[in-house]
Design a protein around this ligand. Structure first.
Ligand code: GLN
Length: 542
């Protein structure tokens, strides 16, 4: 039978609840247990797919095609286990199901209510599909006290009674702010937060306290006393240099031992953290450094490119170098010459994106990379812009464009209306819904024998995660290939371009998928590892 750890947050948001959950998952795994991590998001969107990356951060895509919260990216990177559609749920999705049932007449005669119908739906979701898992870690989005979070807190409270005694525990993540004028770490916000939690019937077993310095014994005692937890269960979660330090740091503070004790399990042998030590050793002892320019449009919020910056760091780990990132807003290149911004960098990365704003700037970045022979990695939108660049400047098609920006006479990139998934046909209409209708999730691709990407992957068959509505138009393939842009990866039916590359360039690759979603610190993605190697070679030239 699975045991459940519910992880809630208090005081302020952005304390790293997702990371803390992921790190606890990694620690339990390192003790030989199987884990599953799941996220309950109280907002009303059915999924984050239609939310702006500058508001909500990156949309993480699973193999089975769900658009989910970026915390699932942390879960995957820390546990190495691929998440699924069933690992993230929102209020929107729960209500969508309940209302559909109500319309069908499933509740005929009954009044449909938050308690028990919504809470039951949450509980069913949490308990489903956990066979063979030792620990299910369930993170609740937002902070205690949020109105929209109430049904979720109520559901996890009820689960504490529904499950056999001792099979569920609660961890509360809070902040101990340092007040310089008083010279003290303050416990009051945590006391209030726990009071709030207890007022809705949840007594935390463990407090995970974010702070920037050690918790003095007196404060620890106070927290234990006023929050009704054992002093040993007040865990100091101090700021660390790299996020990959978190599992070890929390282990040193006793998080995994306290969790096991709360379940009545004697901790036994220490967890095997060798793979984490290897990662952090490489991060902290780089033998060189490279600078990569990320030319994007959501550069104001770093969370918008979470997996991407992690994957670049993994590329650095693979090469034992530090990867510095220059974040550049692509719109700048629409009025200014890119050269002064890009001349000193060792690689240029144009990430995924949507809409016309900044597109011309990305095209100019691609021109710079191609002409100056600077390593270039174009991801999804970044590949599409590289193809338009090639069409305009090499193949003599000055009006080359994407139909994403409106009607065009030269649709190098066009709306995808039909494609196959395995043996099934997927179809979309131009005027259809925006939510959940892209080409989403893992699709296979065949790589061209002898191509650079086949060499990088060490294979001619790959599977990568997708999230796009437009595709490179194969009607232009011959003209582009005649000018050196090789279509080196295609969907298995040969209809959809997946990868393009230049033969006569040190490293220029455009991919229609998102390789960053599958990179792990202990298993860096081959494209990122190779891109950083190329950047390292470039750094020796400039
Ligand atoms: N906007 C482009 C499309 O929908 C690219 C999407 C992306 O970069 N993820 O095809």
């Amino acid at each position: 039978m699975a045991r459940y750890v519910f992880i809630t947050g208090g005081v302020v948001s952005s304390l790293g609840k997702g990371l803390a959950s992921a790190a606890l998952g990694a620690l339990l795994q390192a003790r030989g247990y199987t884990v599953r991590l799941r996220k309950l998001d109280p907002y009303l969107n059915v999924d984050p797919g239609t939310m702006s990356p500058t508001q909500h951060g990156e949309v993480f895509v699973t193999d089975d095609g769900a658009e989910t919260d970026l915390d699932l990216g942390h879960y995957e990177r820390f546990t190495g286990k691929a998440a699924s559609k069933q690992d993230n749920i929102t209020t929107g999705r729960i209500y969508q199901d309940i209302i559909a049932k109500e319309r069908r007449g499933d509740y005929l005669g009954g009044t449909v209510q938050v308690i028990p119908h919504v809470t039951d739906a949450i509980k069913t979701f949490v308990r489903e599909g956990n066979e063979g898992v030792d620990f299910v870690l369930v993170e609740i989005g937002g902070t205690v006290g949020d109105i929209e979070g109430l049904p979720f807190f109520e559901a996890i409270r009820q689960l504490g009674n529904d499950l056999p005694r001792g099979d569920a525990i609660y961890i509360h993540l809070t902040l101990l702010p340092w007040i310089p004028s008083a010279g003290e770490l303050k416990t009051k916000p945590t006391q209030h937060s726990v009071k709030e939690l207890r007022s809705i019937g949840i007594q935390p077993d463990i407090l995970l306290c974010r702070c920037d310095r050690p918790i003095p014994p007196e404060e620890r005692r106070k927290l234990g006393l006023f929050c009704n937890v054992r002093e040993s269960a007040v865990i100091e979660a101090r700021d660390v240099d790299t996020i990959y330090d978190v599992p070890e740091a929390y282990h040193r503070e006793g998080l995994d031992t306290e969790v096991l004790r709360a379940f009545g399990i004697e901790p036994g042998e220490a967890p095997d953290l060798a793979r984490w030590r290897n990662v952090t050793h490489r991060v902290k002892n780089p033998e060189g450094e490279v600078t990569i320019a990320i030319v994007g449009k959501y550069t104001g919020l770093k969370d918008a490119y979470k997996s991407l910056s992690e994957a670049l760091a993994h590329g650095g780990i693979a090469n034992t170098v530090k990867v510095n990132v220059d974040w550049i807003e692509s719109e700048i290149f629409e009025n200014e010459d890119p050269a002064p911004f890009l001349e000193h960098v060792h690689g240029i990365l144009v990430p995924g994106g949507f809409g016309q704003r900044g597109a011309e700037g990305k095209i100019r970045a691609a021109t710079f990379a191609r002409e100056r022979k600077v390593p270039y990695l174009g991801i999804c939108f970044g590949m599409q812009m590289a193809v338009i660049e090639a069409a305009r400047n090499l193949a003599g098609i000055p009006d080359a464009n994407s139909t994403e920006f409106g009607p065009t006479t030269e649709p190098l990139v066009g709306l995808m209306t039909e494609w196959t998934r395995g043996n099934a046909l997927e179809a979309r209409r131009a005027d259809g819904d925006l939510g959940g209708t892209m080409r989403l999730g893992a699709y296979d691709a065949r790589l061209k024998r002898g191509s650079k990407v086949a060499e990088i992957y060490g294979s001619e068959d790959i599977s990568e995660r997708h999230r796009h509505r437009y595709e490179v138009n194969t009607a232009y393939r011959e003209r582009l290939e005649a000018n050196g842009l090789v279509f080196s990866g295609m969907s298995p039916d040969g209809l959809l371009p997946e990868i393009v590359e230049y033969e006569d360039h040190p490293w220029f690759v455009g991919v229609q998928f998102h390789p960053e979603l599958k990179s792990r610190p202990f298993e860096p993605h081959p494209l990122f590892a190779s891109f950083v190697t190329a950047a390292l070679a470039q750094s020796r030239l400039v």
